[in-house]
Design a protein around this ligand. Sequence first.
Ligand code: SAM
Ligand code: SF4
Length: 553
Amino acid sequence: MSRRKVYLETFGCQMNELDSELVAGRLRALGYAFTPTPDDAHVVLYNTCSVREHAEQKVWSRLGELKARKAADPALVVGVLGCMAERDGEALIRRMPVVDVLCGPGELDKLPALLDNAVRTRESLLRDEPAPEGHTPRLISAREVALQGNTSRRSATLAAAADSLELLDLSRSVSPIDDDGSVKRSAYVRITRGCNKFCTYCVVPFTRGAEVHRPPEHIIDECRRLADAGVVEVTLLGQTVNHYRFEHGAAVTVDGVVQPQKGRSYAGGHRRDPFAGERVTTFADLLARIHDEVPGIARLRFVTSYPRDFGDDVLEVIRDHPRICRYLHVPAQSGSDRLLGLMNRGYSVGEYLEFIDRARAHLDQPEIGRPLGLSGDFIVGFPTETDADFDATVALLRRVRYKNAFIFKYSPRPGTIAIDRYPDDVPEAVKRARNTTLLDVQGEISDELGREQVGRTVDVLVEGASARTRKRRASSPGTVALTVGGRPAGADADFAAADAPGDEPVQLSGRTDTDLIVHFDASPTDALAWRGRIVRVRLDRAAGLSLFGTLIS
Ligand code: SAM
Ligand code: SF4
C-alpha cells in the first residue's frame, strides 16, 4: 500500500507548534507522509488549544466539517491532540463521534502507537466486514485514548529524566531538510513543561500539568544537533521559561515530587539564586552554556518570561553574551494591582515596572541599534474590571512602550479558578471596546518606536520571502507539509515560493535580535543564498511594526 497521508493542523502557541513538529517526526519515521489539505488525507489530526473559547470553537467547526467525509470513508482516522483533548476528555467524543483518537499534551509520546493501532484496526475491520452494496459503511466505534486525567499534576512532577514524555523531545529527528526541500534554519527547543503558577483565568496548569525542567545536558545536546543540521536560531520554550532551575541529583519522592537539596531551597525572586552552584543549573547558567557550547547558534531566544522570576544574573548573561537576543516577552496582563491580585499573578504594577527598568538598565542600547525589544500580553474585561482599572492598563502600556502587545478579551474557561470564583460581569460590548482601544494605543506606540529606528543600521537574520513576494508569486510551485491555524508552517516553506524565476527584485524579510521585522530587496539570483544569514540593513522607513531598508552587506 502507498504511504498513508496525514493532515496535521496546529492551533495556539509555540509549544503546540513544537509538539506538532515532534509528533510529525515520529510519524514520518513510521512511514507516514504529510499532505497540505485534509481532502486526500487518511489521517486528520488537530493539535488544539484551550486557552480561549474562540480557539476551541475553530476546532469544533473543523470536526463538524469532517462528518460527511467520515460517513463516506470510515477508514479515515480523526485525532484530537493537545489541550482540548485533555480538558474535554471522552465528552469530546460523545459530542463529536467522528473522533477516533484523543491524546493529551502530556501523552504525545504515545501518539504514534495509538494512531498506528487506529489505522490498522479500521483497515482490517473494513477488509473483514465491507458494507453491503448500496449501504453507507457503518462508523467504527473502537477508540484510542491517552490522557493524563486527574493524575496529571502528580505524574507530571516526576523528574524529567524519568518522564516518558521526555522521550518525545529526545526522539527529535533532527533533519536539515523540511518536506518542502528547504533547509531548516529556526527551531524551538523545550526547556520546561507545564506550569505551577495557577493564574486564576488559565487552563494551562490543568491541561499541561505541573512544571518539569528538562536536564540541561539533554537541552544542550538537542541544540548542538540542531546547529549541526544547519539551524541558526533556537528559541527556548517554557510557560515561565525564566523559572528554569535544574537540581542535579535531586531526590524524587514516591509521588514524584522533586525535593530540593537540604537547606538549599530557593524561592525565586529578583536576586541571584544564592544556592546556584555545581549542583544547580539556573536559567542564567543554561543560557550561558548554550551560548558558549553551541557556537553554531547565531541567535538564542526564549519565551515566555514571568516578570517575577527575573534575577539580575539572567540580565547580565544576556548583556555579556552577544548571540543571546535582547528581546523579552513578559506578559503583564493588567495595569491594575487589584486585578493582578484577582488574577493571582504574584506581583504588583510597581514590581513589574521595577523589573522593566532593571531590564532596560542592563540591555537597552538604542544608540548602537540594539534597543531592548519588549512585548507583553494583556487581558481586557477580566471580572469586575472598571474603567479606572482599564485606564491603569492603558497607562502601563504607555509607560513601558512595548514594541508589540498581544491583547485578549477575557474568556471564562471551565475548570479554572476564576470561572468558579468571579462572575464574567464585564459585558461583551465593553470588552470589545477596551480591546479596540488598547490595540489603538499599542498601534501608536509601535508606530513611534518604528519611526525612531529609521536611519539606523541593524543586523537582520533573513527568514524568507516577505508576504508581498509570496503573494506575487503565489502561483509558483512549493509544497507545504504542516499548517499552523490553517496557514502554512515555517518560514522555509514560505521561502520555496520565492524560488520562482523572474527578474524583479525579491523582497526578503527577517528580524533583528530585538525582534523587529525588517524587509529589504535582493536580486532574484542571490535571494536564496541570504536565507539563514545575518545581514546588515540600513533602515529607510517604517510602517507600524514593519521596517523597510537597504541591504548593505
Ligand atoms: N505562560 C505565559 C504567561 O503567563 O505569561 C502565557 C501563556 S498563555 C497560554 C498566553 C496568554 O493567553 C496569556 O498571557 C494570557 O494573556 C492569555 N490568556 C490565558 N488565559 C486566558 C483567558 N482565560 N482569557 C483570555 N486570555 C487568556
Ligand atoms: Fe497560565 Fe499563568 Fe502559567 Fe502563564 S503563568 S501558563 S498564564 S497559569
